[in-house]
Design a protein around this ligand. Structure first.
Ligand SMILES: N[C@@H](CCC(=O)N[C@@H](CS)C(=O)NCC(=O)O)C(=O)O
Length: 130
């Protein structure tokens, strides 16, 4: 069984879908939540200089949140059974990505505790698909 470590900042945002996939699939993983001070020295040696980052068996690394989600879904048999199902899943995933991009300016946090503040400024976008 591979060993997974999911590294991210101490917020939900771009790592939460991966955490949810691990929990849904009942797969163990290390949920590493780095402060900026802890992240800074690691940043330059990471694949895209960004988080989240998935490390498999201590040496294989995958960056980019959507790639991590798709990789984990495939590993745990949560991808589509047909090309059509795959396409349907990818539609939802791309919509989610768009939504997260729109929410980005409103996600804030600082060192002494986490504040996630999501202000839905574009209600029509968020209502469109749900
Ligand atoms: N396209 C990337 C964006 C990643 C990204 O912007 N990560 C931010 C946190 S949300 C980050 O790494 N911030 C720390 C830094 O830039 O040093 C993804 O989806 O993974």
């Amino acid at each position: 069984m591979p060993e997974y470590k999911l590294s991210y900042l101490p917020i939900r945002y771009l790592a939460e879908p991966a955490r949810l996939i691990f929990h849904y699939a009942q797969e163990e993983f290390e949920d590493e939540r780095l402060s900026f001070d802890e992240w800074e020295p690691i940043k330059q040696s990471s694949p895209f200089n960004t988080l989240p980052l998935l490390t498999i068996n201590g040496h294989q690394q995958i960056g980019q949140s959507m790639t991590i989600f798709r990789y984990l879904a495939k590993q745990f048999g949560l991808d589509g059974g047909t090309d059509f199902e795959d396409a349907h899943i990818n539609c939802v995933a791309e919509y989610f990505r768009e939504m997260m991009e729109k929410a980005r300016p409103f996600v804030r946090f600082w060192n002494r505790g986490i504040v996630e503040e999501t202000v839905v400024s574009n209600g029509s976008f968020f209502r469109k698909g749900f």
